[in-house]
Design a protein around this ligand. Sequence first.
Ligand code: MG
Length: 274
Amino acid sequence: MIQIKTPAEIALMRRAGLVVGETLAILRDAVEPGISTADLDQIARKALADRDASSSFLGYHGFPATVCTSINGEIVHGIPSKKAVVRDGDVISIDFGAIVEGYHGDAAITVPVGTVAPQVLELLRVTEESLWHGMAAAHLGGRQIDISRGVEDYIRSQPHPTGGSWGIVEEYVGHGIGTEMHQDPQIHNYVGPRMPKGVEIVPGLALAVEPMVNLGGRHTRVLEDGWTVVTADGSVSAHFEHTFTVDADGPWVLTALDGGRERIAAISGVAASA
Ligand code: MG
């Protein structure tokens, strides 16, 4: 179901988005060598409670935590554990969702731990920037495929630091969001052959865009826990996500603390003069 929200409902989604943005900022600051992913889950639980919000993830299809924590070659859906401790040189992806008065926000960041290899930092930069280019490609009257193309074209335009090619994950996608975390439509991070243009971008549509990019090949597999998705070749992966909507002023990033208008405008300005 594609859910079109009223302005009042989008305002509630902004409140949920701010809880997500604030909590991810707290988690980013907390990441340091020696912290466990269970510690990060505890920090997220407290941030939710402090803000009278609830978790989008806890109990979702039985998921046991408020954050997904995925280290290095783990792409997405990792389960927090006392035994999963990050070390200098790692990267950790943290995916987090919050509910305010029935409306969801959903976002993810990948955070370097201590001193990280330059090619891995470049992976993080390209993945995050592709998310912003995808959102910047959305405009009222456009189609969802514009977002997919914006993400993929940016990634493909960036030289791979070791001369290979970026592995754009295809099995996991962005999504509509509203009174459920996962709604239609699905937002791919690439444009495949004969892929339909998809739904029209209209006011009140809210989407979570979430590129996952591997330093190596794009293929994935799921671990025995039934949740954790890893790169098939063991290469490092990055994941960035925001929830956004589009209004008369353009894209509005509901999970960005500043709403993202300036960053979007900077990208659109470059694109328009290119
Ligand atoms: Mg999501």
